[in-house]
Write a protein that binds this ligand. Structure first.
Ligand code: HC1
Length: 574
């Protein structure tokens, strides 16, 4: 430990801290733009400059290492004036269209400019004129709003190992873009949205599809159905004035009704359905010599990634559609059929913590009726929050309402899909019971697959063909960690039976479409809420969901049966 004095406050911090981290410990927030606590520190933007006694010039606090006895001043006249100049220069090359910008009131540049007290931009001159990249279903890149902080480059590299972006050109012509100026649809982009999740401005945002949904709701010819993903309920509140980790399921349902949806259903229901299909598929592969390890297939960023980077491993993927996909199929088959509604009238919307879900819904192989998408629009949690604000709904004062029935009933196994390890845990709860003549796994919870470790390994004893077999499991979150596991599988060095992969850090709770910012503390609060929600549920195993049992009895038949095969399973393409 070393002692550092910042603005008169002395703190003891580890010797590998930088000044910005020491200041945080002293309760002093230094303005910052390129700095992100979870990414490599680069000192690019210089907004965090401070005065350090006995040092030459000003230092960027995010990269300046602490030293014993160091004395730092974060708020001198010189520091304030320099910071202001830095922001004024950034704004001089910025569109300044804040009033109409998607990130208005949610932009770190705007906030920092306000905090620092910028009142005018004294510099005029040429501005960057770059073409917007909008040719993909998930993300919109506007390089004109880029402040060259490089967070997207680092997030894509450090979290996902994909390296979609880099700095190109020099000086005023510097820009962040994919190689050769290609669009995101032309490079190895998974559409996970982790770049958007860390972008301080609107340089990278989710495609805003809210107007399409408002229009469908307003159309009397449309019958609108909405499904809400597991991880949305523990994060939506953050955008609407509630703390991270508050479970807002009931208020979210109420808000969706007030927005005008005809039916408000739950993706957790189809997460339970996924477990029935995927769990049965796993048992079938184990008993009948199918391809192992079997790998989960619900995270669309992961599916995009494996199709691009490991096409030879596609036979390992479960053929089960994601819960979004299964739900979409039900909204365009079971629901219109049983309700007597023409399928053309149904407008199916999903609320997802994910930008890649927007790319999933346009996969032609997910259409139950040729030419008709099963899900018409997939919105992120952030877009739903925008719709709620736009409609003038006072979210905090909404009552807690229940989902519509029967596609709104779910178990704790469905909700834990939202956290890394959750799909595996939910599957184990059911696989164990099926192979044990209905005896439930002791304690229900299967905790070895929980937690933020990048790759988790676990095993569970289950009876297979009359003898106890150790089933080996692995769980990875982020594509960088998935890559490590896939290299092992490809090399024949992975003796797992079952692998779960989620593209985003922490699983869907840390999805690219979730409210910003996302810190380790916020991720932890959302994850804790997911497990609280599971424990509060009287039903915690997918196979015990009464509406799933009824759906099989009355319509689907049996898991892996003909109808399931047709509507609930899919294929992949390299
Ligand atoms: Fe997810 Fe899933 S858990 S992929 O993380 O399997 O997005 O929340 O909806 O489909 O259920 C996301 C979350 C989500 C699917 C489910």
């Amino acid at each position: 430990l070393v002692k550092v004095t910042i603005d008169g406050i002395t703190v003891e911090v580890p010797s590998d801290f930088t000044v910005i981290e020491a200041a945080a410990k002293a309760g002093i927030r230094i303005p910052q733009l390129c700095y992100h606590p979870e990414l490599e520190k680069v000192g690019a933007c210089r907004v965090c400059i401070v005065e350090i006694e006995k040092a030459r010039g000003l230092g960027a606090a995010c990269v300046y290492p602490v030293a014993d006895g160091m004395v730092v001043h974060t708020n001198t006249q010189k520091v304030r004036e320099t910071r202001k100049t830095v922001i004024e220069l950034l704004l001089a090359n910025h569109p300044q269209d804040c009033l109409f910008c998607q990130k208005n009131n949610d932009c770190e540049l705007q906030r920092t400019a306000a905090e620092i007290g910028v009142r005018e931009v004294p510099y005029t001159g040429e501005k960057r004129k770059a073409v917007k990249d909008e040719n993909n279903p998930s993300l919109v890149r506007d390089p004109n709003k880029c402040i060259l902080c490089g967070r997207c480059i680092r997030a894509c590299h450090e979290r996902q190992g994909l390296d979609v972006y880099s700095f190109v050109n020099r000086g005023f012509k510097t820009i962040v873009e994919p190689a050769f100026g290609l669009g995101l649809d032309e490079v190895y982009c998974s559409y996970c949205g982790q770049c958007a999740a860390v972008c301080p401005t609107a340089a990278i945002c989710e495609r805003d599809d809210t107007e399409k949904v408002f229009a469908a709701i307003a159309d009397p010819e449309k019958y609108t159905i909405v499904q809400t993903a597991p991880a949305t309920r523990v994060a939506l509140g953050e955008e609407l004035g509630l703390p991270a980790g508050e479970i807002v399921t009931g208020k979210m349902v109420a808000a969706l009704r007030r927005l005008g949806f005809d039916k408000v259903f739950d993706t957790d229901f189809s997460a339970d359905l996924t477990i029935m299909e995927e769990g049965s598929e796993f048992i079938d592969r184990v008993l009948n010599g199918g391809v192992l390890p079997m790998i989960t297939s619900c995270s669309p960023g992961w599916i995009n990634f494996i199709e691009m980077k490991y096409p030879d491993l596609l036979p390992h993927l479960s053929t089960a559609k994601s819960p979004q996909g299964m739900f979409g199929a039900l909204t365009k088959t079971y629901w219109p059929e049983t309700q007597g509604i023409p399928v053309e009238k149904i407008f199916s919307v999903s609320i997802m913590p994910c930008t890649a879900k927007k790319s999933e819904i346009i996969r032609p192989q997910l259409q139950s009726n040729p030419g008709i998408p099963d899900v018409d629009v997939s919105l992120t949690t952030r877009e739903l929050a925008r719709m709620i604000k736009n409609a003038g709904i006072d979210f905090k004062s909404l009552p807690e309402e229940k989902y519509d029935s029967p596609l709104g009933t779910s178990t704790g196994a469905g909700v834990i899909f939202g956290a890394t390890g959750g799909v595996m845990e939910a599957a184990i709860r059911t696989v164990y019971s099926i192979l044990n003549d209905g005896k439930e796994i002791p304690g229900i919870a299967f905790k070895p697959v929980r937690g933020m470790e990048g790759i988790k390994e676990a095993s569970v004893e289950v009876p297979i063909k009359g003898r106890n077999v150790t089933v080996k499991l692995a769980v990875a979150h982020t594509l960088r960690n998935a890559k490590i596991l896939m290299d092992k599988v490809r090399a024949g060095e992975a003796d797992y039976h079952f692998i779960e992969v989620m593209a985003c850090p922490g699983g869907c709770i840390g999805g690219g479409g979730q409210p910003q910012p996302v810190t380790p503390e916020i991720r932890a609060a959302r994850t804790a809420a997911i497990y609280r929600d599971d424990e509060a549920n009287t039903l915690r195993q997918s196979h015990n969901n009464p509406d799933i049992i009824a759906l099989y009895k009355n319509w689907l038949g049996k898991p892996l049966g003909e109808k399931s095969h047709h509507y609930l399973h899919t294929h992949y393409q390299a």
